[in-house]
Design a binder for this molecule. Structure first.
Ligand code: ATP
Ligand code: MG
Length: 575
């Protein structure tokens, strides 16, 4: 159902176009995965700028991760060209940072405040309280939940929070949660500053709204002010950050704060094959979205003997889909992506529940010669080379910061402060950051940029590599081919055996997480498991994930393994 609109909105269906056009007043868009929510968001901004005369700089788009902001920028550039650069696209952290930088003094922070990484905060708390690092680490997590949710916590947690705040202010640092919390506090208490930001951004859109926590919501609410041109987009069935203090209650809060808000729904799925759409909506119990694509291939399941064999299966299947290893580079004869071009490595993603599962995949991919990139969620500031270099950098700002990074790396190498390989890696990242506008030659800002950046930010996004990432990190993304590995009770869902109400809430979140994972797939979905794996200190035989039984049997088929078949064939050839 094309929208029938001309101009920018021609690329939307009629429901999407209606949402994109509703630019006056509050709007809630609720729709399932792959229904074009993010596409609507970018077209809405392009419509505002190109067809309603709104300056690009007056539009603020907020999303969750840095990767998601990059995706938004790329999509906006496709619609707006160079003008896209003027649109304010932020993650919550970078938004908070921008506000605090502009008014550090009013926020009660040192002008050169920085963001302390987790290791530094853990050590500071352990020392102050005289407890172990492990205990301090647990307290740190609890404090993070308090800061995000606005809850009081136990006496011990509240005390830990007070201690951390005191040390942070004394030493001139804040943590990630503070970026949001303190900027919201600032706008709350200073009407003049709040008014200035509200005037700056008369149009605000928030993607992935289901995962917004109490403080993030508060910040957006304060930025919206009286204009009410606030559009939130999300899917309650994809809420996966309850453990960090988000609870999808933001939808209720939005409804309460903006009783006149219109609610629009998008009903068609453009991303996935009919099979994947039917399986996913059946699993989560959502009203089935109407697939726009044919049924396609069945969902493939595979049970491997071990974790290593599971990883080998993934590697062999990728080789097979891309047309066989030998001819990979020269001539791909494998499957085709929907656009009609040959499938590449970058069309494939492997999703897992825990980061530890990546190790077996790395080994298998290295052996098979398959290029991959692992998106580690950890900021590079925690990397030993980065610490060593930043320490040697001094505090003076200047245009030659990239050269000074090189010198500091060289000094650290001579002094053998850390190994040469880490230093070389860190030097490359920091040189890129040092040259960016955001850092502007200032070593304090460089440290900050390092605290926000992750390894994936430095990889060439156009490089042809398989993506390895956690299910959480895959939110909002899509790939023609998706493998969900480790389909075992204990991993998917992570904690098996619901007993207490809290555990039941966690179980519901685990279901949503698996739903997010399977709905990343456009064309092919593989669900694999290992009959035994190293798990919680021992090799264990984990039963199959109970979720597998909840997917319509008619939508699945089992795959004996292309790798195994080929090995057998090779053996036969030998005789
Ligand atoms: P998620 O909940 O997973 O974030 P989403 O609702 O944001 O999903 P999008 O990523 O915006 O979905 O869209 C999914 C895919 O469908 C994208 O590749 C998008 O370009 C495509 N798509 C969406 N709407 C249309 C449309 N009207 N015409 C053609 N393609 C579309
Ligand atoms: Mg989206």
């Amino acid at each position: 159902q094309p929208s029938g609109r001309s101009g920018v909105l021609a690329g939307l269906d009629s429901d999407q176009a209606r949402a994109a056009e509703a630019v006056d007043g509050p709007l809630l868009v609720i729709a399932g995965p792959g229904s074009g929510k993010t596409r609507m968001l970018t077209h809405r901004i392009a419509h505002l700028v190109l067809e309603r005369g709104v300056p690009a700089g007056a539009c603020l788009a907020v999303t969750f991760t840095r990767k998601a902001t990059e995706e938004l920028r790329a999509r906006l550039a496709g619609l707006l060209g160079e003008t896209a650069g003027a649109v304010a696209v932020h993650s919550f952290h970078s938004l908070g940072l921008a506000i605090l930088h502009a008014h550090a003094d009013r926020a009660g922070l040192a002008a050169d405040f920085r963001i302390a990484n987790e290791a530094e905060r853990t050590t500071a708390l352990a020392e102050a309280l005289g407890v172990s690092d492990a205990r301090a680490g647990r307290l740190l997590k609890a404090v993070s939940v308090l800061k995000r949710s606005g809850a009081q916590g136990t006496d011990e947690e509240a005390a830990a929070r007070a201690v951390l705040d005191r040390i942070g202010r004394a030493q001139g640092w804040v943590d990630f949660d503070d970026l949001v919390l303190l900027s919201a506090d600032l706008l709350d208490k200073d009407a003049e500053i709040a008014a200035a930001w509200q005037t700056r951004f008369p149009h605000i859109v928030a993607d992935e709204f289901q995962d917004v926590d109490e403080q993030q919501y508060r910040l957006l609410r304060l930025l919206t002010g009286e204009s009410g041109n606030f559009c939130v987009i999300g899917d309650p069935d994809q809420a996966i950050y309850g453990f960090r203090g988000a609870d999808a209650a933001c939808f209720t809060r939005f409804g309460r704060d903006f009783p006149a808000a219109a609610t629009l729904r998008l009903a068609r799925n453009y991303r996935s094959t009919g099979t994947i759409v039917t399986a996913a909506s059946g699993f989560i119990g959502a009203p089935p979205a109407a697939p726009t694509r044919p049924m396609g291939e069945p969902i493939m399941t595979h049970a491997a003997a071990s974790e290593a064999a599971e990883a080998d299966f993934v590697a062999a299947t990728i080789e097979n889909l891309l047309g066989g290893h030998d001819m990979l580079a020269a001539n791909r004869k494998g499957g085709e992506a929907p656009a009609g071009r040959p499938l590449g490595f970058a069309d494939c993603a492997v999703l897992y529940r825990t980061d530890a599962q990546a190790a077996a995949l790395r080994t298998a991919f290295d052996r098979a010669g398959i290029p991959f990139m692992k998106s580690s969620p950890a900021p590079i500031a925690g990397h030993p080379g980065v610490i060593a270099i930043l320490e040697g950098l001094g505090t003076a700002a200047g245009p030659d910061l990239a050269a000074r990074v090189g010198q500091a790396a060289e000094d650290a190498r001579r002094a053998e402060r850390t190994d040469a390989a880490s230093l070389a890696e860190a030097r490359g990242w920091l040189a890129v950051l040092a040259g960016s506008d955001q850092v502007a030659g200032d070593p304090a800002r460089l440290a900050e940029a390092a605290a926000l950046a992750t390894e994936a930010d430095f990889r060439d996004m156009r490089a042809d590599r398989v993506s390895l990432m956690t299910m959480h990190a895959a939110k909002g993304l899509e790939f023609p081919v998706v493998f969900v590995v480790g389909m075992e009770a204990g991993l998917v869902p992570f904690s098996w055996g619901a007993a207490t109400p809290e555990e039941e809430a966690t179980q519901a979140e685990e279901r949503r997480l698996f739903y997010v994972a399977m709905t990343r797939a456009k064309d092919r979905l593989f669900l694999t498991r290992a009959m035994e794996r190293f798990w919680r200190g021992a090799v264990r035989a984990l039963p199959a994930s109970p979720f597998l039984k909840e997917i319509g049997a008619d939508l699945m088929a089992s795959d004996a393994g292309a790798g195994r078949k080929r090995k057998q064939a090779q053996q036969l050839n030998l005789f």
